[in-house]
Design a protein. Structure first.
Lengths: 397, 129
């Protein structure tokens, strides 16, 4: 890799230990992937925040980096393992809370903004078209590349942190035009509506991409999509297909920028959607937990939940997972009062994927295909997908 | 016999080779407390990689594996060095943060379990004694 004199000095250890370690990570990745040089990034999103995933080792490494490391660009965090204010009411034990806070303190010491959310693009880490980023969090990577048209590879925790401290990332993969062409033409022949249905669609396309060994779908036949529907789709197609970039005709900004495949690779009809939806509903499920907000709920979704819960009483454990800044807007607007008055709980800073809740519940109902995957794989829950309205019906039943 | 590969992480280490044709997932696949491979059905299941020159084709699994490697280094259960056919990002980042000498682009079929091996991560050379 070509390095600037400053980058070489960092690699040689003249700018401290954290800078040297960061540059070692970035130049090694650059060499592995044949990057010619570094590109400056304008924002970073760091994953590996939950103490349940970091463990003592991860925390120790972060603490070492925090000794002399300081971020050079806007950097935010992924969800933590708990609501930082309301963890006790959500059943998190004290030792876990203490360790989780040690991890967040280490991030804060480096100058990272400790909003713990998988939707940084909704709360101020909002890139514009064409900007280079180093983001971890697979759903946000997919959203920023596809929906915004910014450019990032799928980073892991340490490489994202290294980029935050350097303000740079090796120029390879999705940073280059040549790697952003649509590879697989997908035609949708049914109307797609709602966060749950966009999640089902993401699973169909993701599964198919794995089968085909391809990464970038070019999707036609979607008439319109909301921000919430797209974030659900991104989470699902990234979970099931490892997808970091898709193009959606007339909807995503680069749909007309690159070459696209001329022959249809596969079509998706109503019966495909029905069949896949059925795969996301386990037999004999007894729902004792309902969670909305994977990825984190937007203020628009929270407003909708409030209107549906007005005057109702929640009978099951019901979490709305969101970013704390979004929760604050909900507080101001009076939505929180309605939602909490009905007996539902906000779980800010965290989510049903990263919180340590294995064994606490038997069956989870969600509007997210991604949450179904992790509910099964990580927490061994039975799962059921439905619309937001159906989730609320289940919660008050 | 000297094998030339690509340097991934600097430093030199010598040890007994433990070779597998299977990929390794450090997160979930290796017990960081005792250095044993615990992945069910893995060729090395039940064997310790601590202090060995660990030779395998490539890494797999969760990115948390990089942190697991760091934890092993701190608990003195890590391998002395790593040799891969093709490095992946999890093992590369794991070696960097844990300071484990590492070389890839090596024909690992040339190394047999039990042989004494010197890994020179600074020059990308693996010497089988």
């Amino acid at each position: 890799m070509k390095l600037t004199p400053e980058e070489q000095e960092m690699l040689d250890g003249k700018h401290g230990k954290a800078a040297q370690k960061s540059m070692e990570i970035l130049t090694t990745l650059g060499d592995i992937f044949d990057a010619e040089d570094m590109v400056e990034v304008t924002g970073v999103q760091i994953a590996g925040v939950s103490y349940a995933n970091l463990g003592e080792a991860g925390l120790e490494w972060l603490s070492e980096m925090a000794e002399d490391g300081k971020v050079r660009v806007l950097t935010t965090l992924n969800p933590a393992g708990m609501d930082r204010e309301n963890w006790q009411a959500l059943g998190i034990d004290e030792d876990f809370a203490k360790n989780q806070n040690r991890a967040i303190d280490a991030f804060a010491k480096m100058g990272i903004i400790t909003t713990c959310s998988c939707t940084p693009y909704l709360i101020g880490n909002a890139p514009h078209f064409g900007q280079h980023l180093a983001w971890a969090e697979s759903s946000a990577v997919c959203y920023s590349n596809s929906v915004i048209g910014a450019r990032t590879n799928r980073e892991g925790g340490p490489s994202a942190l290294a980029s935050a401290l350097m303000g740079k990332t090796p120029r390879y993969g999705y940073h280059l035009n040549e790697n952003r062409h649509g590879q697989v033409l997908v035609k949708i022949n049914a109307p797609i509506r709602g966060t749950d249905e966009f999640g089902v669609l993401g699973k169909i396309i993701g599964d198919k991409l794995v089968e085909l060994g391809k990464k970038i779908p070019y999707i036609t036949g979607i008439a319109s999509a909301t921000v919430e529907e797209l974030k659900s789709f991104c989470a699902s197609v990234a979970t099931y297909g490892g997808t970091a970039l898709f193009h959606m005709e007339t909807i995503t900004p680069e749909y007309n920028t690159y070459s696209k495949p001329t022959e249809i690779s596969f079509e998706i009809n109503q019966d495909d959607l029905d069949r896949t939806r059925n795969q996301l509903v386990d037999e004999e499920i007894e729902v004792d937990f309902v969670s909305i907000g994977c990825p984190h709920a937007s203020i628009h979704e929270i407003a909708k939940i409030a209107s549906l819960l007005e005057g109702k009483e929640v009978k099951k454990e019901f979490w709305i997972t969101t970013a704390r800044p979004t929760k604050k807007i909900a507080d101001e607007a009076g939505y929180s009062k309605v939602i909490e008055g009905a007996g539902a709980k906000f779980a800010a800073d965290t989510c049903c994927v990263v919180a340590p809740i294995k064994g606490r519940f038997k069956g989870i109902m969600v509007d997210s295909a991604k949450a179904c995957y992790y509910g099964r794989a990580k927490n061994k829950f039975k799962v059921k997908i439905g619309t937001i309205e159906e989730c609320i019906q289940e919660a008050i039943k | 016999m000297k094998l030339e590969g690509r340097k991934i992480y600097k430093g030199t280490a010598e040890g007994e080779a433990i070779v597998t044709k299977d990929g390794i997932s450090f997160y979930g696949g290796v017990d960081p407390d005792n250095g044993e491979v615990v992945e069910v059905g893995h060729e090395l299941e039940g064997q310790s990689i601590t202090g060995k020159v660990l030779v395998f084709p490539t890494g797999k699994g969760s990115t948390v594996g990089s942190y697991t490697m760091y934890r092993m280094k701190k608990s003195n259960t890590a391998p002395a060095a790593i040799v891969n056919k093709q490095i992946d990002t999890i093992v590369a980042v794991g070696c960097i943060i844990s300071e484990i000498p590492c070389v890839d682009k090596i024909d690992i079929e040339n190394i047999k379990t039990g042989q004494q091996v010197v890994v020179n991560g600074s020059d990308g050379i693996v010497e089988v004694k």
